[in-house]
Write a protein that binds this ligand. Structure first.
Ligand SMILES: [Zn+2]
Length: 341
């Protein structure tokens, strides 16, 4: 087992250390940086990074990492865990998705050391974290005023990514193609299996989402050999691959009355919401185009014509997925003792 070096700091086998990766200072010359906690096991194994708040306002992942780091099972890991609760420190401190140059960090990977501010930050993250890891999990939420059902996204053409996604154990898995400039694309170019977890809403914490995230990361650590499986057997909840997903948009501008919620099953032609004027007249129905599950939705009930309202994923058996979502969430909430709060 060799030492890990991050931002010039050495973390030796058996050590747990907090280090700071220096970034561009603020314009009043206040220094700033990305805080990182590294747990270096005594025994050899994979190097897993877990990151959150690449989009600065997607803070639920910060809570997931905070709780993960208190988990008692991390005392005896094989390999190294690199936890980065806040990647976009600038956006986090201003409660926004973007960087001060208004760029989306997750469209600027792998970055460049003489590029834009976002590009330089991406470059630092690649050099200090991604290049040293063998596996990655990046935590996200819905964008501002949008909530996502907990789900794993990844490129499941890669069998190892698919195996990790199934181990994470959330009921909904969505194959998503790579976006130009995303961390996932940069990781794939390095042939590193990486998962993206989505759950909850920007600028909010959800206890359910946090528990699902912590449990999923521990599951992945088991399946890649960083933690022993409990009682010697790895057992994960069922996951279901979505065939496809699409947004239903407002057919007219107005005020929405919702009929369905996140995680609900919908049937083709079922009314999911009604848009009307402020007097309740001029009603426009939003109908499902296919059978499926609501995996994302807008939390603001005010829409302009064409705004995205419901994100629907389609499955071979939507009823089975809906039952699984309910059971999974109930089971997690009833096992309070497993989770540090
Ligand atoms: Zn995001």
């Amino acid at each position: 087992m060799t030492e890990m070096i991050i931002a010039g700091h050495s973390i030796k086998p058996g050590e747990r250390k907090r280090v700071m990766i220096e970034t561009a200072p603020l314009y009043d010359f206040t220094s700033t940086g990305i805080p990182v906690e590294v747990i270096c096991g005594k025994k050899d194994g994979p190097v897993l990074f877990v990151s959150a708040a690449i989009h600065g306002d997607e803070i639920n992942g910060v809570d997931i990492i905070k709780r993960l780091l208190k988990h008692k099972r991390l005392k005896h890991i094989h390999g190294t865990l690199i936890a980065i609760p806040i990647v976009n420190v600038f956006g986090f401190n201003t409660k926004t998705r973007y960087l001060p140059d208004r760029r989306d960090l997750n469209r600027c990977f792998p970055g460049n050391d003489d590029g834009s501010m976002a590009s330089q930050l991406a470059d630092i993250f690649m050099k200090e974290i991604v290049s040293k890891a063998t596996h990655g999990i990046d935590l996200h939420t819905g964008a501002i005023h949008r909530s996502n059902l907990p789900q794993i996204r990844g490129c499941f053409d890669d069998p190892e990514t698919k195996r990790l996604a199934e181990a994470f154990g959330v009921p909904v898995m969505i194959h998503s193609d790579l976006r130009d400039g995303s961390l996932r694309e940069a990781a794939k170019n390095q042939k590193m299996p990486m998962l993206l977890f989505e759950g909850g809403e920007a600028l909010r914490f959800s206890e359910t989402v946090t528990r699902i995230g912590v449990r999923g990361i521990i599951n992945v650590m088991e399946v890649i050999g960083m933690l022993p499986c409990e009682e010697g057997v790895c057992e994960f909840s069922d996951s279901f691959h979505a065939h496809d997903s699409h947004w239903l948009r407002a057919p007219y501008s107005g005020i929405l009355q919702v009929k369905k919620r996140l995680g609900d099953r919908v049937r083709k032609d079922q009314v999911l919401g009604i848009i009307s004027d402020p007097f309740g007249n001029h009603r426009y129905e939003i109908k499902a185009k296919f059978d499926g599950i609501i995996i994302g939705m807008s939390m603001i009930p005010l829409f302009n014509k064409g705004d995205a309202v419901f994100h629907i994923a389609t499955f071979e058996d939507a009823k089975l997925v809906e039952d699984n979502i309910e059971q999974y969430q109930d089971a997690l909430l009833s096992h309070a003792d497993t989770f540090v709060t």
